[in-house]
Design a protein around this ligand. Structure first.
Ligand SMILES: [Mn+2]
Length: 318
């Protein structure tokens, strides 16, 4: 692994950089991208910010999201490519091949990271990739403006569930304090990111809750969503954010699951737990993630996938 100092020095050598982050972007994905991108831009870099799946509506209030490209990746060559918050090249699959010969700098906090970059910095203790981006910018001696600070606040507050998850450390709060000192006011951000939801998100939540079921010992709770329910409610992927936590947060439940049928016939599974390492379980099913929050994609019917997942999780829950 490389040090942030080495990465800072390398980034200073070239100004034409591409920054990108993972498919189905979350707050850390977009926030890290913008926090780094806007700061480099303000300091003379020629920055291209790119997100495979665009920017979810929820994060569009952040300044600079309008400059994040999606769709076809520009043909021009980049001197450096920084890939953020992505544990392997599959997380940027549509552009992974195209970037194969690029100088990739991989910056991430997923313990399952495969070190696919020419340079790699992976800190599994960091609460968010945004926390690492903050440290990198400090190493580069670059000052954050309010827009970049707001983006990093979104990155860190979303990956810590508003500073509630166990990944929240003293460093997390120190970084947040500096972001507030740079002008961030949580009341301008938190309601937009955590509280306000579009109507179809509430409708699909209602469908998910209607499907709630438990194992006989009530330690595993799961919800399922069919493609038909997604169509009927006009819900999008991003409207499913956080729904799995309703299963996890039931008293006595150890693992909460959300299984969602996709139009391509696969089933996407989200795992959340209190103590069990669901990251390892997801890995045995072809996925990955963190110890308490993980996911995988499976090729089977909703019912068959559910049985496979319950068997795998059941072995670890007693
Ligand atoms: Mn993250």
């Amino acid at each position: 692994m490389n040090s942030l100092r080495e990465i800072a020095a390398e980034l200073k050598k070239n100004k034409r950089v591409l920054l990108t982050s993972h498919i189905l972007p979350d707050g850390d994905s977009i926030g890290s991208l913008l926090g780094l991108g806007l700061t480099l831009l303000n300091n003379g870099w020629d920055v291209t910010m790119y997100s495979v799946d665009g920017v979810p509506d929820r994060y569009k209030f952040l300044t600079g999201t309008e400059n994040i490209l999606t769709g076809k990746l520009p043909e021009q060559s980049f001197e450096k490519v920084v890939v953020l918050d992505s544990s392997d090249c599959l997380r940027i699959k549509p552009i992974c091949e195209q970037l194969r010969d690029s100088f990739i700098i991989n910056i991430d906090h997923h313990p399952t990271n495969s070190f696919y970059g020419k340079m790699n910095y992976v800190d599994a203790k960091a609460a968010a990739t945004g926390e690492i981006v903050y440290a990198l910018l400090e190493e580069m001696n670059l000052k954050l403006d309010l827009s970049a600070a707001s983006a990093l606040y979104v990155a860190i507050s979303t990956d810590t569930g508003s500073f509630k998850f166990e990944n929240t450390t003293a460093i997390t709060h120190q970084v947040a304090a500096r972001l507030l000192a740079a002008g961030v006011n949580p009341k301008d951000i938190t309601p937009l990111v955590f509280d306000l939801r579009p109507k179809q998100a509430v409708y699909i939540l209602r469908e998910a809750l209607m499907s709630l079921k438990f194992t006989p010992d009530e330690k595993i709770a799961w919800m399922t969503l069919t493609e038909k329910e997604m169509m009927n409610t006009t819900a999008r992927d991003e409207d499913l954010d956080g729904i799995v936590n309703y299963a996890k947060n039931i008293e006595g439940v150890e693992v909460g699951l959300l299984l969602r049928e996709k139009p391509d016939g696969t089933v996407k599974v989200a795992f959340r737990s209190h103590n069990v390492d669901v990251g390892s379980i997801a890995k045995t099913l072809g996925g990955g993630g963190h110890a308490r929050a993980a996911g995988c994609s499976m090729e089977c019917s909703l019912e068959n996938c559910l049985q496979k997942v319950l068997t795998a999780v059941g072995k670890e829950v007693q």
